[in-house]
Design a protein around this ligand. Structure first.
Ligand code: PMP
Length: 446
C-alpha cells in the first residue's frame, strides 16, 4: 500500500468521525464531498468552519473565536485593513495583465528586488508557489543543459506535473521523476555527524555523482531553507553554505524556495537563505506575498535567466496583475511600517524559550527548534531514542483544536508540531497559546 502523504493526510478529516459532528457541519461536509474532487483534505477530525478574522484571530460560523498559530499566508494578519484597501482601490480602477504597461508592477519589482542580494536583479510573476518553482526548474534546466534536480527527502515544492515530481511529501503514490534525487533532512538530533554542514554537503555531492553515473546532467538543487515539510530545520545558521558551494562547483543552480521562510518570517533576516550566508541563483516566493491574494514570483540572476529568456516566451494571464501587485505592495509596506521582521525575531525568540521550558517538564517533547515565528516541536516516544510519535502529535493538535487553537504537523514521521502564526501574533496571543498547550500536554494519557 502507498505511504500516505505526511503533510496532507496526517491531520485530516476522516468520514468515520462524521457521526460526532453537529448537523450543520455534517451537512456542509456532505455537500462538499458531493461536488469537490476527492483529492482534497479537510483539516481535523472536527473540521473548522471559519467565516472571518483579524490579526491572528478567526471566528467560526457559530461566533466562536480561534487562535491561528498556523497561518503564514495571512502573514500581516487576517483582513489587514491596508491590504484590503489596496485591493479594493485597484479593483475599482483596473485589473489587466502584464502585456500592458502598468506603473505598479515596475515600482513593486524595484521595491522587491531591493530586499534581495544585488546579483538577483530580475523578477517574474505568477500566481502560486508551484508555478514559481515550475518556472525556476525550467530556467535552471535551460541554463545548465541538464535535467537532474536534488530535493530534500520530505520536500514539498508544488502541485504541477513538474513540481509534484519534486515533492516526496505527497506520499509514495506520487512518482518522483527519473532525474530526481533526494537528500536526507538536515536533522541535527538524528544525523550521525557532529558537523551538519559537511555531512549535508557530502550528501548533495553523492547525489550529483549518482545522477552523473546514470548519465543525467545535474541542473539544480532546490531547497526550502527552513526545511518546513521535512520537520523545520533552521540551525545551525550557515549549514547550507558548503552544499551550495558543491552545487556551484558541479555547474548547477541553487534554487531557494522561499515560499515558507520568506517575507520576514525567520526574524533575523528578510529571506530564509540569508541566514545561511548564501546567494541563490533563483529565488521562488508565494504564500505570504499577497496576504492571501494569489501572487507569487521568481527572482533570478540575469545571466541564469538569459538562456530561457532568449528561447521561450512567458505569459501568465493572472500573474502580476495590478490587483495582486497592489496587495503585494501593501504587504511589503506593512512589514516595514509595522516592523514585523523585528517583531518576528523578538516574539519568536520568546516563543522558542518558553517552548523549551515546557519541553523540560514534558519528556514527550524531544526537541524544539525554529527561527523567528517558524517553530517545530518534535513529539517523540522518549527523548533518548527520539522515536517520532505521530499518534501523540496528532492527539495534541486535535486537542488544541477542541480548545480553539489551530496548528498542524509536519516531518517525515508526521510528529512535528508546525507553529507559524501570522507575524502580527501578539504577546497576549503567545500566552493564550502556551496556556492551552500546557493544559493539553498535562491531560494527555501516559
Ligand atoms: N514550496 C513550498 C516550500 C511550499 O510549502 C508550498 C506550499 N505549501 C509550495 C511550494 C507550493 O505553493 P502553492 O501551494 O502556492 O502552489
Amino acid at each position: 500500500m502507498a505511504t500516505r502523504s505526511t503533510i496532507m493526510d496526517t491531520n485530516s478529516f476522516r468520514p468515520e468521525s462524521a457521526g460526532d459532528l453537529p448537523a450543520a457541519t455534517a451537512d456542509l461536509i456532505e455537500r462538499r464531498e458531493r461536488v469537490l474532487g476527492p483529492s482534497y483534505r479537510l483539516f481535523y477530525r472536527h473540521p473548522v468552519h471559519v467565516v472571518r478574522g483579524t490579526g491572528a484571530h478567526l471566528v467560526d460560523a457559530e461566533g466562536r473565536e480561534y487562535l491561528d498559530v498556523y497561518n503564514n499566508v495571512a502573514s500581516v494578519g487576517h483582513a489587514h485593513p491596508r491590504v484590503v484597501q489596496a485591493i479594493q482601490e485597484q479593483a475599482a480602477a483596473l485589473n489587466t495583465h502584464t502585456r500592458y504597461l502598468h506603473e505598479r508592477i515596475v515600482s513593486y519589482s524595484e521595491d522587491l528586488l531591493a530586499t534581495l542580494p544585488e546579483p538577483l536583479d530580475k523578477v517574474m510573476f505568477m500566481c502560486t508557489g508551484s508555478e514559481a518553482n515550475d518556472l525556476a526548474v525550467r530556467v535552471a534546466q535551460e541554463h545548465t543543459g541538464g535535467t537532474g534536480v536534488i530535493v530534500s527527502a520530505e520536500a514539498y515544492h508544488g502541485n504541477s506535473m513538474l513540481t509534484s515530481q519534486l515533492s516526496p511529501a505527497l506520499g509514495t503514490a506520487q512518482d518522483l521523476g527519473v532525474a530526481i534525487r533526494t537528500v536526507a533532512a538536515p536533522d541535527p538530533s538524528r544525523v550521525p555527524a557532529a558537523d551538519l554542514a559537511t555531512w549535508f554537503a557530502d550528501q548533495v555531492a553523492a547525489q550529483i555523482a549518482d545522477l552523473e553515473r546514470h548519465g543525467i546532467r545535474f541542473a539544480a538543487f532546490l531547497a526550502d531553507s527552513i526545511f518546513s515539510s521535512d520537520g523545520v530545520f533552521p540551525d545551525p545558521a550557515g549549514f547550507l553554505a558548503p552544499a551550495v558551494d558543491v552545487v556551484h562547483r558541479a555547474g548547477g543552480v541553487f534554487i531557494a524556495d522561499e515560499v515558507q521562510p520568506g517575507f520576514a518570517r525567520t526574524g533575523q533576516e528578510f529571506w530564509g537563505f540569508a541566514r545561511h550566508g548564501v546567494v541563490p541563483d533563483l529565488v521562488t516566493m508565494g504564500k505570504p506575498m499577497g496576504n492571501g491574494i494569489p501572487v507569487s514570483a521568481m527572482a533570478a540572476r540575469h545571466e541564469v535567466l538569459a538562456a530561457f529568456g532568449e528561447r521561450i516566451p512567458y505569459f501568465n494571464t493572472f500573474g502580476g496583475n495590478p490587483v495582486s501587485i497592489a496587495a503585494a505592495q501593501a504587504v511589503l509596506d506593512v512589514i516595514r511600517d509595522e516592523d514585523l521582521q523585528l517583531h518576528s525575531d523578538r516574539l519568536g525568540a520568546l516563543m522558542l524559550a518558553e517552548l523549551r521550558a515546557l519541553a523540560a517538564r514534558h519528556p514527550l517533547i524531544g526537541d524544539v527548534r525554529g527561527a523567528g515565528l517558524y517553530i517545530g516541536v518534535d513529539i517523540v516516544t522518549d527523548p533518548v531514542s527520539m522515536t517520532p510519535d505521530s499518534a501523540t502529535a496528532l492527539d495534541v493538535i486535535e486537542r488544541l483544536r477542541e480548545r480553539r487553537i489551530l496548528t498542524s504537523v509536519c516531518g517525515a514521521g508526521g510528529n512535528v508540531l508546525k507553529l507559524r502564526p501570522p507575524l502580527v501574533f501578539t504577546d497576549a496571543d503567545l500566552t493564550w497559546f502556551l496556556t492551552e498547550l500546557e493544559l493539553v500536554l498535562r491531560e494527555l494519557p501516559r
